[in-house]
Design a binder for this molecule. Sequence first.
Ligand SMILES: C[S@@+](CC[C@H](N)C(=O)[O-])C[C@H]1O[C@@H](n2cnc3c(N)ncnc32)[C@H](O)[C@@H]1O
Length: 260
Amino acid sequence: MQYAKTFTDALQFMWGEGFLSPGGAGEVAQMLSDDDLAGKSVLDIGSGLGGVDVLLVETHGAAQVVGIDVEEQLVAAARGLIAEKGLGERIRLELVEPGALPFDDVSFDVVFSKDAMVHIPDKQALYSEVLRVLKPGGRFIAADWLWAAGAEQSPVVNAWLSKGPLSFAFTTPAEAAETMRRAGFRDVKITDQRAALQVSNREEVNALEGPMFGPLSSVVGEQMAMSRLVSARGRQGALDSGDLIPAHLFGTAPQRDQRE
Ligand SMILES: C[S@@+](CC[C@H](N)C(=O)[O-])C[C@H]1O[C@@H](n2cnc3c(N)ncnc32)[C@H](O)[C@@H]1O
């Protein structure tokens, strides 16, 4: 288990109820600025505590969302949030094993994912699976954490990664684009979100060094609050050095007659 309760309580304190990644509603809206989810069926890979799924339905009009995650306690908590919001008819959450997606071919109009694919090492298999479950012309829309070429040697990155509980499998933007194309995606586009994250993460560091530290400590304890501060500082170092590249990834599944 990578996402223990005290850890997820701290992340929600910083990023909002139901969110295990920064950016919230604003970033989800930005990811969807070229796409209309109204009436569509959406698979959300790495649904965490379900905050993103609520937005996909309530704010963006998705007809049905299936959220999948590999951590049982997260799926259970997310189901609680969805029930509380009365969205059980439109959002279904499933506990899955890492690996092949447990869905038939051509099942979804959109595959969405926010800050989860960085945990999945085999990107070629992942993108191929995403393509398999998408309908022809369907869209893949994801936020993912990438890194610059050579970042694995960066002392700043290694200092940051040594401080947190999570394991990551990064690729560069060029590798991600090439792997998506090789899987069969069309219209592959990757946009660099580093500048925006540098600003919001700096605000987070300032808040954790100042007014947020006491209230966060009273919710999750001083040790966890300190570990969040250390992690946010480490992330800032990796953003400022240019090694960490938060990105948005987009691709389109070929029409039936274009599939190879
Ligand atoms: C940083 S959290 C993001 C959660 C959510 N998307 C959000 O933005 O709040 C990453 C999530 O990916 C999940 N995850 C990790 N590996 C996965 C896999 N192979 N398949 C599905 N989910 C996975 C984790 O359990 C975690 O809930």
